[in-house]
Design a protein around this ligand. Structure first.
Ligand SMILES: Cc1cc2nc3c(=O)[nH]c(=O)nc-3n(C[C@H](O)[C@H](O)[C@H](O)COP(=O)(O)O)c2cc1C
Ligand SMILES: O=C(O)C(=O)c1ccccc1
Length: 387
């Protein structure tokens, strides 16, 4: 690991001695508040909002609050490491950047900036199908950083195969297939501001540059953008797939395949039976089903249902180092983080993403050590108490 993450705290303190503050807050709650001031109201509403009443977003945080860490002493935790092996890749920490589409609504530098920040820390950025830059552009920005691709599974198989071929060719190794967003949920904030990024022409770089998609259009997108947008929306939304279609993805992808959006142990078992390599226990950050369980509540029963047959990743509501420890202790191999670094992108582009991630990793490293653990592999149910 090029960088000792806990050292980021010292770096900030030492700068503080000279009177220099960090570029913006290191506190996740204040980060969400301050992002409101640097983003347009529509973009902030889109990123920060959730489905319906927002109850699932609240449940995500409440689920973390119900578990507490139990620190252990005199464990010689000075020499410790946050490193982890996730689906065959050795990572400096069990943290990935969740797939987040349409980053151009947050900052003009968008996905390439995020890709550079992630690569500098050695963390995988999971590139969204709904990105504002093409697969090839973001791949180039990733340099030698790990490359994972997220698929929104279109209803047309030629388009799906073409996108997967492009992602493979661009060096993406791991495929994350999002299952919970086959249509967008009831999102009152966006409805009230008549804001859907796709309909504004955002997040279409991959389909608009895709030969199989272009072949479906009567006129080139350059000549009739509204029809191209509607055609993509009709391929992308409103079509749920079924378990028996998963072999199609296996035929078109060589590396590990991970299903994102699993909340029920029976679905986790089906993913194992279907020969998948991993799942992400996720409720999409509370953006899809209102009134759902907190995602962390879903983790223990799923972890015991699948055992070590496939890798279990987790997201929705992860904000602090302690949250990461809790998810790992309850059976996750790694976590995905969404909104926090998106707010960092809004604040300061690439530097902002890096500041948020370094803060989170420093917090993780320090909390790991202060609870008496020398590596993330030592975390288990005995590290926690439910209250
Ligand atoms: C603005 C925004 C856009 C998102 N876009 C995608 C996407 O394109 N694909 C996807 O699988 N998930 C998408 N997600 C969901 C995230 O991958 C992730 O599941 C969620 O943000 C995790 O919750 P958190 O924000 O509480 O960390 C998006 C989330 C946000 C906030
Ligand atoms: O908003 C989302 O949660 C999301 O997943 C998405 C869907 C389409 C385009 C951009 C983001």
């Amino acid at each position: 690991m090029a960088e000792r993450f806990g050292g980021y705290q010292n770096e900030i303190y030492l700068h503080g001695l000279g009177g220099t503050k960090p570029p913006f807050t290191t506190d996740p709650v204040r980060l969400a508040e301050s992002a409101r001031e640097v983003m347009t109201p529509e973009a902030y509403g889109y990123v920060a909002g959730g489905a319906g009443s927002g109850a699932t977003m609240d449940a995500n945080r409440a689920a973390f609050d119900r578990w507490k860490l139990v620190p252990r002493m005199l464990t010689d935790a000075t020499a410790r490491t946050t490193s982890a092996t996730v689906l065959g890749s050795e990572l400096p920490a069990p943290v990935l950047l969740a797939p987040v589409g349409v980053q151009s609504i947050v900052h003009p530098d968008a996905e390439p900036a995020t890709a550079r920040a992630a690569a500098a820390l050695g963390l995988p950025m999971i590139l969204s199908t709904a990105a504002s830059h093409t697969i090839e552009e973001v791949a180039e920005a990733s340099g030698d950083g790990p490359r994972w691709f997220q698929l929104y599974w279109p209803s047309d198989s030629d388009v799906t195969a073409s996108i997967l071929t492009r992602a493979k060719k661009a060096g993406y190794t791991t495929l994350v297939v999002t299952l919970d967003t086959w249509t967008l949920a009831w999102r009152p904030r966006d409805l009230d501001s008549a804001y859907l990024p796709f309909l504004k022409g955002e997040g279409l770089a991959t389909p608009l540059s895709d030969p199989a998609f272009r072949a479906l259009l009567e006129k080139a997108p350059e000549d009739d953008m509204p029809s191209a947008i509607l055609r993509w929306v009709s391929l992308f939304t409103g079509t749920d797939h079924s378990w028996n279609q998963l072999p199609f993805l296996r035929e078109h992808w060589d590396g590990p395949i991970v299903l994102k959006g699993i909340q029920h142990p029976d679905d986790a078992r089906r993913a194992v039976d279907a020969g998948m390599d991993g799942i992400v226990v996720s409720n999409h950050g509370g953006r899809q089903v209102d009134g759902a369980i907190g995602s962390l509540e879903a983790l223990p029963p799923i972890a015991s249902a699948v055992g070590d047959r496939i890798e279990v990743l987790f997201d929705s509501g992860v904000r602090t180092g302690a949250d990461i420890l809790k998810a790992l202790a309850l059976g996750a191999k790694a976590v995905l983080v969404g909104r926090p670094w998106v707010y960092g992108l809004g604040h300061a582009g690439e530097d902002g993403v890096r500041h948020v991630l370094r803060s989170l990793l420093a917090d993780l490293d320090l909390t790991l050590g202060l609870t008496g653990h020398r590596s993330v592999g030592e975390l288990g149910p005995e590290s926690l108490q439910r209250s």
